[in-house]
Design a protein around this ligand. Structure first.
Ligand code: NAD
Length: 482
């Protein structure tokens, strides 16, 4: 990938201003690279390029589009180590995790290559036999994708795969903290021979590039993943041209653990979902509600397992956890922990910067017991490696606590009782519920939140149809008598 450049209209180019900004390694805050600081003229060029490419791309046979996406997927797999290394360097996750994410990105393109070949319409009978209604699905036009740094390739792939398979062209505003791996991902798409302008990747500040991109009248669809706060601002921009939007926003996921659960599975799920990627995942769990009969056992088992997680550099040597991506994120974690401790929580493990890591954004995975529902960790999105565990007595109480939040992205439930599981699945206000497992998202089933976690879906056919509009065509066959 060319150094210090971004992808516009099939070319690797600097910002029109010539300005750049640095990309840091969160392990020690050293500068890894610089990328262009795009501004209004660059966004304008990218959107116009995507608009110019739309005619060719949208009229291309879906099987040909599918074939190009499959080729891109293959190409990404051949470069998984290279792209994974960039991601590990800029994001802080281990090389193994990063490479796994790149493989997922390739899988997503392959999935949407195939789903795009299955965009079917409908034939609807009318009240006279001479007339028939047809519903056809057509691509919306230029899509704008804005995504965050926690899963720099995967979250982008959801948008790029679905948009391209639907026949839309796309301009991606890449995350400022982690632009290198998404640029390398987009390069693989470009190298398979997509028409210039079909995929564009621009780097720059969200508050500079974002408004220009989202407000552009040629942009017909906005796919945003990020915080609820910024999502509301972006949605405000969308109202100016009534641009269709999907919003994948923040979450504050509850995990409910019932007395009758398989405790080993629940503890394993809790540790994975609280600390994977240093808790910087939209479906991370920060608030765990455990039924009183197994509360003490759960707390001690979870603390024990958490302390076994290996913190380390993760590229040259394997590690379960690396640094957090940003200093701001680590400050939020510390604030939530301090708030909990000041209100009477008990620190079971973690709660500090690990020894030997004086530079970078390191933090120990933290388990807090005796938390109460009014603490920040139970109310807000921590987006970092800290989990509070609180006891409950009844199913109704647990569901009430789970729902007592602004958010509604996902929830996890551990129980072996079918009625308990079904009640939680039906009564918890969230877009995704995982029962006896910690992974509520798979690529071929719809994913997305309710309430302040946003609206619209990614994954599955639903994710594809976000980039299409349904057109009703009513046809009358005129015979000689008509
Ligand atoms: P963020 O909202 O700060 O930024 C998200 C993206 O928006 C970035 O690319 C940023 O540059 C851009 N941006 C910033 N200001 C903008 C503006 N005014 N106009 C347009 N774009 C702008 O979020 P973050 O800190 O990068 O990511 C963490 C958040 O993302 C968390 O809240 C997390 O829950 C959420 N998230 C949600 C999902 C989901 O699927 N629901 C997935 C991953 C992350």
């Amino acid at each position: 990938m060319p150094q210090n450049l971004m992808l516009i209209n099939g070319n690797w180019c600097p910002a029109s201003s010539g300005r750049t900004f640095p990309v840091y390694n969160p392990r020690d805050e050293t500068i890894i690279s610089h990328v262009p600081a795009a501004d209004t003229p660059d966004v304008e060029t990218a959107v116009r390029a995507a608009d110019a490419a739309f005619s060719e791309w949208s009229s291309m046979n879906p099987f040909r589009r599918g074939s190009l996406l499959r080729q891109a997927s293959e190409r990404i797999l051949t470069k998984k180590e290279e792209i994974g290394r960039l991601m590990a360097l800029e994001q802080g996750k281990s090389l193994q995790e990063a490479t796994g994410e790149v493989v997922k990105g390739a899988d997503i393109l392959r999935y949407y290559a195939e789903e795009g070949e299955r965009i079917y319409g409908r034939i609807i009978a009318n009240d006279d036999n001479a007339t028939v209604s047809k519903v056809i699905y057509q691509p919306l036009g230029v899509a704008a994708a804005i995504s965050p740094w926690n899963y720099p390739v995967e979250l982008l792939a959801w948008k790029v795969g679905a948009a391209l398979a639907a026949g839309c062209t796309i301009v991606c505003k890449l995350p400022s903290e982690t632009p290198l791996s998404p640029l390398a991902f987009l390069e693989c798409l470009q190298e398979t021979g997509l028409p210039p302008g079909t995929v564009n990747g621009i780097t720059g500040s969200g508050s500079v590039v974002g408004p220009v991109l989202v407000r552009h009248p040629l942009v017909k669809k906005v796919a945003f993943t990020g915080s609820t706060e910024v999502g509301k601002t972006v949605l405000g921009y969308c109202t100016e041209n009534l641009t269709k939007a999907s919003m994948e926003l923040g979450g504050s996921l509850p995990m409910l653990v019932f007395d009758d659960c398989r405790l080993d599975a629940a503890v394993k799920g809790a540790v994975r979902r609280s600390f994977r990627n240093m808790g910087q995942i939209c479906i991370a769990v920060n608030r765990i509600y455990v039924q009183r009969g197994i509360y003490d056992q759960f707390v001690s088992r979870m603390s024990e397992q958490t302390q076994k997680l290996v913190i380390g550099e993760g590229i040259l040597s394997p590690a379960d956890l690396g640094p957090m991506c940003t200093a701001k994120g680590r400050n939020t974690v510390q604030t939530h922990i301090d708030d909990a401790l000041s209100k009477g929580a008990v620190l079971k493990c973690g709660g500090k910067i690990p020894g030997g890591f004086s530079r970078g954004h390191w933090y120990e995975p933290t388990v807090l017991a005796n938390v109460s529902h009014d603490m920040l960790i139970m109310q807000e999105e921590t987006f970092g490696p800290a989990a509070g565990i609180m006891p409950f007595d009844t199913l109704a109480e647990a569901v009430g606590l789970a729902n007592d939040t602004l958010y509604g992205l996902a929830a996890m439930v551990y129980t072996q009782n079918l009625t308990t599981a079904e009640t939680c699945a039906r009564q918890i206000d969230a877009g995704n519920i995982a029962i006896n497992n910690p992974d509520p998202g798979v690529i071929n089933a719809p994913y997305g939140g309710v309430k302040a976690s946003g609206f619209g879906k990614e994954h599955g056919p639903e994710g594809l149809y976000e980039y299409l509009h349904a057109k009703h065509v009513r046809v009358r066959v005129l015979d000689e008598q008509t």
